[in-house]
Ligand binder design. Structure first.
Ligand code: CP
Length: 315
């Protein structure tokens, strides 16, 4: 593994999940692997879980970390080639990526979607330009279209529940007052499609995810129909993909409630966090013993540790 940009960089998801469970049992088993090496963590957007869990993962491997809030502490980056830099952007990605590569052995980047320019978001301007011009491995800590560290931790969390032969997994859209990116929905979809599971998505009309990602996944406009018999229910908001960046509805008809969970097979509840209580899901859902959200966040450490370990082993 040279970089960790998407789930496609994982050679075998099942093997990765099993190794992550081993790392969780013995987190310091490879504590010398990262000695005298540095992980640089560049944040263009806020974070709680990704920042702390990835730092903790690095500590388990003996890596030092350097963290920079790029959006307000660094020079504004120019990504266009051949441009006359007379505007507000003071540093070109070519120099920035090369310089950070001198200071760090691995660079991890968080850079969300703008939700204003679909083409630029889909081109993953920040992540892919770092990958292009850096001379060290790049880790995606949530980009415009993908959050593979979250999806990997979610796969571990599902596995830990002791899977019956083919669990039913439902990804359901939820309301939210702000327009949110597709990254978590996309990566969870990609991951769930790799599992031996009956995976379905439910969302209101106009909120279908990118069809190149959902492919032939069954999609329901009727949330209650989709929830019937579910073993896992993953809630997440995302903005409209076709009317890019827009909020098409603000009512709470799609909020997950205890009443709706009665349709499921005593389903476990999942969300990547942060979550807006009584908007996305009710207090009763989040405070119920079937909620896995805290364990999902805990598993972020070991998923990140697996990724960093792989990159260090690759030299
Ligand atoms: N789930 C997740 O990525 O959380 P943060 O945005 O807090 O890092």
């Amino acid at each position: 593994m040279k970089n960790f940009l998407t789930l496609d960089d994982i050679p075998n998801l099942e093997e990765a999940v099993n190794t992550i469970l081993d790392l969780k049992k013995d987190p310091f088993a490879h504590e010398k692997l990262g000695t005298h090496k540095t992980l640089g963590m560049l944040f263009f957007n806020p974070s709680l879980r990704t920042r702390l869990s990835t730092q903790k993962a690095a500590q388990h491997l003996g890596l030092k970390t350097m963290v920079m809030n790029f959006s307000n502490e660094a020079w504004a980056l120019e990504f266009e080639d051949g441009t006359k830099m007379s505007g507000l952007r003071s540093e070109h990605i070519k120099e920035a990526a090369a310089v950070v590569s001198n200071y760090c052995d691995i660079i991890a980047i968080r850079a969300f979607a703008s939700l204003s320019d679909k083409a630029k978001d889909e081109a993953e301007e920040v992540l892919h330009n770092f990958a292009r011009y850096a001379t060290v491995p790049i880790v995606n800590m949530e980009s415009a279209t993908a959050h593979p560290l979250q999806a990997l931790a979610d796969a571990v969390t599902i596995k830990e529940q002791g899977l019956k032969k083919r669990p039913k997994i439902v990804l359901t859209w939820a309301p939210h007052p702000k327009a949110l990116p597709h990254a978590v929905g996309n990566s969870f979809t990609r991951m769930a499609r790799m599992l031996e599971a009956d995976f379905v998505i439910t969302q209101p009309e106009g909120y279908e995810l990118n069809p190149e990602i959902t492919k032939d996944t069954p999609c329901y406009y009727n949330q209650e129909e989709a929830l019937e018999g579910a073993d896992f229910v993953y809630t997440k908001n995302w903005t409209s993909y076709t009317q890019y960046g827009q909020i098409l509805r603000t009512d709470d008809l799609w909020m997950l409630t205890a009443e709706k969970m009665k349709l499921t097979n005593h389903a476990k509840f999942m969300h990547c966090l942060p979550i807006r209580r009584n908007i996305v899901a009710t207090d009763a859902i989040l405070d119920h013993p079937n909620s896995l959200v805290i364990e999902q966040a805990n598993n972020r450490t070991y998923a990140a540790q697996w990724v960093l370990k792989k990159l260090l082993e690759n030299g």
